[in-house]
Write a protein that binds this ligand. Structure first.
Ligand code: HEC
Ligand code: HEC
Ligand code: HEC
Ligand code: HEC
Ligand code: HEC
Length: 400
């Protein structure tokens, strides 16, 4: 167990670093081992791995987690692909569920569902009730060999052996590994030997963060994604979160003449990694002229895509126009003023699931997909409806 109090001395700090690495290697050695025998004296609720049971005591964490994408990590897009697999192909399932539903107990439940070819039914909360269908559950991050672990208490203390014995689920192991950005790497960072394109790993969030100002200034993944330890994990699907990470500024241009001159700045001011970090979202910065009915005047749009663009087979990198931490896009507009135009609009749009929408469309066009078809149709609908406008500003064009 690593030291609990962050030690000021450099030597102690580096041994703390090493202890965290050792803890995390063991914690995330996949496939995760089954929890094993329930310790004597555990009540049914203490022994349970179901988030709702953890939530009977940890009310706030459960309430927040239910609203997070971690609770939806076994959505229709993933299940639609898994049900196409052989129920016995556990290693193939692991390639996906090691991140989406990593407990051994979840792997077993998944095999049963694929074999039965019947999707898990929703529980009281509207979320599915079986363990694998609940995605990145509490126990995926907090329970190994029936032992709970978590960060030190907020007052930096940890229960001693006497207190442990009196606590539910025999107390917990306190480790600063939970406060470290490396905790998230298990699922948000590929290893150096994993899939890369154009010399860059397909998932590289931790490394992007590590070389950013945010790491140097002590802002961990948790500080932005779990503020006050809340289990929220908002990201590209949440308009407010996205706004917290990017600035949108209009430069004084010249809107009076026959040619409209305008400039838009989009800056990655507060995203702790590339904006966006994955290949799956697309952002579009655009400027266009509006007619008096508020609609865009066709042919007047200038746009710039912010995305790591890849084809469906992930065979190449077409372009990488993401904004690195503190990186900025300057979109220049110089277009003749259309006679129907009365205003200019500046916009930043997000399509969080652009890649997935393309991908599901391709799967649905493939006749060999059978069992997963209904799920994939639902997934496509969800992926197409997640788009939103991050920022929009309008400037009137003065009378010519
Ligand atoms: C019967 C009530 C109960 C149930 C059920 C329960 N816990 Fe706990 N848990 C507690 C209590 C009480 C503590 C000790 C809090 C303290 O003393 O700081 C605790 C401590 C923890 C901690 C350590 C918190 C910290 O400060 O680091 C974690 C993590 C945790 N529980 C996770 C879970 C998970 C995951 C589940 C479900 C698999 C679960 N608990 C089920 C009551 C419960
Ligand atoms: C066991 C694997 C696992 C761990 C550990 C994990 N995540 Fe995730 N995370 C996922 C998966 C899988 C998704 C995608 C869920 C979905 O939409 O299907 C996700 C989604 C997210 C999202 C939402 C992304 C979006 O599209 O909006 C954020 C933010 C996030 N994780 C942050 C974190 C942070 C911060 C940590 C560390 C404290 C962490 N995650 C630890 C697996 C994990
Ligand atoms: C290294 C961890 C990891 C592995 C392995 C992984 N995923 Fe994911 N997956 C993520 C994360 C993180 C996200 C959320 C970020 C994003 O949207 O790209 C995600 C998102 C998704 C989504 C979109 C969100 C949703 O739930 O519908 C689908 C579909 C998906 N993954 C399918 C798969 C499939 C199929 C496999 C196995 C071939 C797989 N993933 C393997 C981490 C992983
Ligand atoms: C993706 C991993 C992940 C999942 C899933 C997860 N947690 Fe946590 N949990 C963490 C991390 C990381 C921290 C420490 C955050 C920090 O220190 O900033 C934490 C902290 C806690 C704490 C201590 C909170 C405090 O205020 O001191 C409790 C209790 C806890 N989690 C319970 C739960 C319960 C219950 C669930 C399910 C409803 C859950 N966790 C799901 C990663 C996770
Ligand atoms: C300084 C605050 C900050 C830090 C630190 C930070 N993030 Fe983010 N993160 C954001 C913001 C803002 C977004 C939304 C914009 C976006 O999607 O790029 C985001 C989005 C995400 C997403 C959504 C997917 C995507 O393509 O963008 C994931 C996953 C994620 N972060 C994981 C992490 C992990 C893992 C770490 C630590 C290695 C981390 N973040 C560190 C602010 C932060």
């Amino acid at each position: 167990m690593p030291p609990i109090i962050a030690a000021p001395a450099a030597a102690a700090a580096s041994s703390d670093q090493a202890a965290i690495a050792t803890f995390l290697d063991r914690h995330w050695a996949r496939p995760l081992a089954a929890q094993g025998r329930v310790p004597d004296g555990f009540s049914a609720v203490e022994a349970s791995l179901a988030p709702a049971d953890c939530g009977s005591c940890h009310v706030e964490q459960y309430r927040d987690w239910q609203t997070a994408l971690h609770a939806r990590a076994m959505g229709p897009g993933l299940m639609g692909q898994l049900v196409e697999m052989d129920p016995a192909a556990r290693e193939q399932h692991q390639e996906c569920i090691r991140c989406h539903a990593p407990l051994a107990e979840q792997a077993d439940a998944l095999v049963a569902e694929i074999a039965a070819a019947k999707p898990a039914s929703p529980g009281k909360t509207g979320l599915p009730s079986s363990l694998h269908a609940q995605g990145v559950v509490c126990a995926a991050c907090h329970v190994r060999s029936q032992q709970r672990s978590g960060p030190p208490r907020r007052d930096r203390s940890a229960p001693d052996a006497m207190q442990q014995a009196l606590l539910p689920h025999a107390g917990f192991v306190a480790t600063t590994a939970f406060e470290d950005s490396r905790f998230c790497s298990a699922c948000h960072q590929f290893q150096p030997d994993e899939y890369a394109l154009n010399g860059k790993l397909l998932e590289n969030t931790y490394e992007e963060w590590k070389s950013s100002r945010h790491a140097r200034e002590g802002r961990s993944c948790q500080s932005c994604h779990m503020p006050e330890r809340r289990h929220l994990w908002r990201g590209i699907h949440d308009p407010e979160m996205v706004r917290s990470g990017v600035d949108f500024a209009i430069e004084n241009g010249d809107l009076r003449g026959a040619v409209v001159h305008a400039v838009l700045h989009v800056r990655n001011s507060g995203t702790g990694h590339y904006f966006p970090t994955y290949v799956t979202p697309r952002l579009i910065a655009e400027i266009e002229q509006l007619a008096s009915d508020g609609l865009a005047v066709p042919g007047t749009r200038v746009e710039h895509v912010i995305q790591r663009q890849v084809p469906l087979d992930l065979g190449s990198e077409i372009a990488d126009t993401r904004l690195p931490p503190d990186g900025e896009l300057r979109l220049l507009y110089e277009r003749p003023r259309h006679r129907a135009a009365v205003a200019l609009v500046y916009r930043l749009r997000a399509e969080p699931d652009e890649f997935y929408a393309r991908f599901y469309r391709a799967l649905l066009a493939d006749d060999s997909i059978a069992k997963g078809r209904r799920l994939l149709r639902t997934a496509l609908e969800q992926a197409e409806s997640s788009a939103f406008v991050v920022y929009e500003e309008r400037r009137e064009l003065p009378e010519p």
